[in-house]
Design a protein around this ligand. Sequence first.
Ligand code: TYD
Ligand code: MG
Length: 453
Amino acid sequence: MAKAPAFVCASCGASYTKWSGRCEACGEWNTIQEETPLSAGPSGKSLGATRGASVTLTDLATEEAPPARAISGIAELDRVLGGGLVPASAILVGGDPGIGKSTLLLQATAAFARKGLKCLYISGEEASAQVRMRAQRLGLEQAPVKLGAETNLRDILTTLETEKPQLAIIDSIQTMWADNVDSAPGSVTQVRAAAHELTQFAKRRNTAVILVGHVTKEGQIAGPRVVEHMVDTVLYFEGERGHQFRILRAVKNRFGPADEIGVFEMTGGGLQEVANPSALFLSERGEPAPGSAVFAGIEGTRPVLTELQALVAPTPHSQPRRSVVGWDGGRLAMILAVLEARCGIPFAGLDVYLNVAGGMKIGEPAADLAVAAALLSAREDAALPADCVVFGEISLSGALRPVSQTENRLKEAAKLGFSTAIVPQSTKAGGTGMELRPMGDLAQVVGEIFGAG
Ligand code: TYD
Ligand code: MG
């Protein structure tokens, strides 16, 4: 049967049956490329005796214990992995160029190697000598890690087959090049082919494989998104230039909670773990100032406090600005609309800036009330009490909805020296010792906290 040709957008990975000039999914021009069929790879020769055989779930449970996870000892990393590295898993670590992916993975590899795991670090970007220099800088030159500098996928698979490591790092997937695929390294087809072969290898040979992927702005080089669906776990390494903090975030994890974060600090000697991120994110906070609210959030399984900063100023433009860093712009528009419609607080003619301090990104709707508090505080030029944290979800009616894990949030706040919390009604303080200021709706917050409305 003739196979229908497959075309893939190099920018977003959407697939099509025929070529067109513009990708309908992401709107980019000239990003659609033909995808040549992937080779079956070295495994495709013949079927093994056990391949295709099925087992009953209950038999598996009694015969085989769940695979033991390998622990690196870098607690921030182990937690993001869901409690250690799962054997035979395929992991993608994405991030902007220069953010510290190679540094993190070299440190992780060394840590796993010191725990007795057989590790192989393959760099397609740097020569082995350069990797060794980096290891020296990180004080890891004695770690029992094997290095390889290679970009040809066939050679890499051969190396992996002979070395049989328990953990292999591929840095980066965009430099890998399969000689049976007729397009340039870094193209969507190459990246997908390489990721496919390597994830297959991971399952076949019981090797955990970590693929490094650079986030790219342009469509010419495939971004890590095109392999996200092929791997078990997707981690993104985030941070802002000029900031020392780096956040490793699980956006997908077959073996643990998604949205788990690990926090690191980039130093001259590599990445250091940050055991208490709340203290770090709040460290830039000075005296209580208008426009600032502390949000007691949950990232994965852990409570994290962050500061939300808002600025509201008369606009010189006909169209006021709405600028957000670290929070969803659509959600900000919703909260402004609720403040206007339900509390009679207009933001027309005012520029609004909202920023999550420390380069954090917050996705929880539980931050709604903290966002509203920061906005109101900025608009009314009234600082919130310094000892106060805020959380709660806002509905379109202006009512406040309770959120999950309140006790964890309050405990973390108490630990960091806060004593009151503005929260939705029916929130329980538990044994946290925090004094609660329960609020039924946003209008009550406006009236009781800010004396406005
Ligand atoms: P790198 O790990 O090469 O980034 P990526 O692999 O994501 O492209 O890190 C690059 C940056 O990290 C570079 O600007 C130098 C800095 N760095 C440190 O600050 N301290 C260190 O110990 C190391 C090894 C790098
Ligand atoms: Mg690198």
